[in-house]
Design a protein around this ligand. Sequence first.
Ligand SMILES: O=[N+]([O-])c1ccc(OS(=O)(=O)O)cc1
Length: 588
Amino acid sequence: MHRPAPHSPARDTPSQDADARLAHRAPTRRSVLLGAGAGAAGLALAGCQDSGGSSDAAAKTPQVTISEFENARGDWTIWQASYDLDDGESNPELYTEATQTARHEALEAKKAEGGWTSQNPLLVLDPYGTTRTGLYVHFADDSAGELSFVDAVADAEDFAKTAANHAETGFEGLVVGLVPGATNTLALTWRPKSGQAVRGSLSIRTPTTASGYSSTISADVKDAGALTEGLFAMSGISGPGNNSFLMDNAGIMRAELASTTSAQHHLVVEDGRIVTTTGSAQVSVLDHLGHAGTIIDLGKQSVHHDLDVVGDAAFVLTSVTSSGRSEDRVTRVDLSTGEVEEVVDLQKVFPEYEKLAHARTGDGLGDPVATGEDWIHINTLQIIDDVMYLSSRETSTAFALENALEAGSTPSVRWMLGAEGLWEGTGYEGKFLEPSRSMIGNAGQHSVHRVDDDSLPDGQFYLEMFNNNYWYVGTRNEVDWKDEGPDNASTDELEGASHMLRYLVDENTWSYTEDLAVEVPYSSVVSNVFRLGSGGIDENAVVNSGKSGVFSERDAEGAVLASYRYDTSNLGYRVYKDTFEGFWYAAS
Ligand SMILES: O=[N+]([O-])c1ccc(OS(=O)(=O)O)cc1
């Protein structure tokens, strides 16, 4: 998808604008506010199961101070939110109702001081502590209008965008573009529908990344014009902790999304919000300002790998450690009420297979939460038309489940696809779709997604995935599985070839054929293929080969448009991309 370059105010300097430019520095003010509990604007919800979170830190009401951010010069003051801590006290947990509410109320109080105009805007660096360098901008104006910005750092192309405006008149929004750990020259231009443009410029020395990760990855851009607009979201990079890194098309970080005790599994950007996991038993909803207004504790259900959002429910892949099994459940999280209910336990769907499995005795392939009997290892979840699609790495099999969306209903298998031989003697063999004779086959696959296409007849759709092409089963007796994988799959963790792989599934004939196979850098585990835009097969795709530490944006057929190499001590889990249009950036 090729979109025109966003409008750059730096190149647009009509002389009358200069008259309106005002070099203004607001006097230093401090506003201190106590965070309130329930009933404040931030809606935080506790799950109905026992909490695994630490209640001690949440018990004390955090105090948030908005004070002047010293490392900025220029036309306006930048403010920052910080905690008032006693000696020896550490920062409160970020993703709690108390912390987010305290931050929210501190910001609201600052806003309520008033007098914020286009010539004296309120600018607060990362008010909710979730984006690292997102700059909150608010001012009143009689007119609606557009706020465009250009961020310049040494040795990088200017980053020019129009910020999404969430106010009817004047402006409210988050300017996401400042590079962590760099001196940023930020030029802001307000163009009201009626009235003169107002410009201001600031030099901002931003904090370094919270994780210590570099704000630049190596980029080899072959065709910049063919790349989609937006930011890549790198999640689960081994080494620097659990935060996600939002990188532009040149490989430069524009925000660092905070997580806590586990990596963010799929950033679902939809309907004016980001829905993601922010801790090992936690799902949060962030708004366009970075405010985590909904934080839901999943109790004994610990999260892993993926989630999907349907209406106001998130469906999350989970494990219950006390069961002795892992990565075999799906939990439904009601984002409005906070209700948390397990909807699928695959042991109950496939008891005859689970009986054959044992805890892995050898290499756990690095997944830190796949403890106990990791007999099925689900790594992707997608729901379309009330059917739940799951990818099992351990069995190199994908499933479609029905009746899987409500607690209390009994999930049933619509079909299965993949390593049928592994399921020999379990009674589920009859559920397998028939493969066509010649194809690569999938082994240890990830990111299995159904992709619909209007040109296909009823009952047909594509199933697209990252085919790791690594054949390994650590939870069965070797004799049962050794020869059941695809002929060409690698059995080596370091050497092999992976694929961007697509099948055409025909539910009329209960069969499937290979539709696309593009060789990509090898990754024995993790990794993903993610279609951009509408998600159709005619769109660009992001392909992440996590063990190779490389991702790319590719055209519809899989040709590389740009590739990015990143540092990691072991692997990079997933890479997504979103335009963030209507959220952080205006629609182009
Ligand atoms: O090492 N890890 O962090 C890791 C390894 C495997 C893994 O599971 S997989 O299905 O994504 O390969 C998840 C995390």
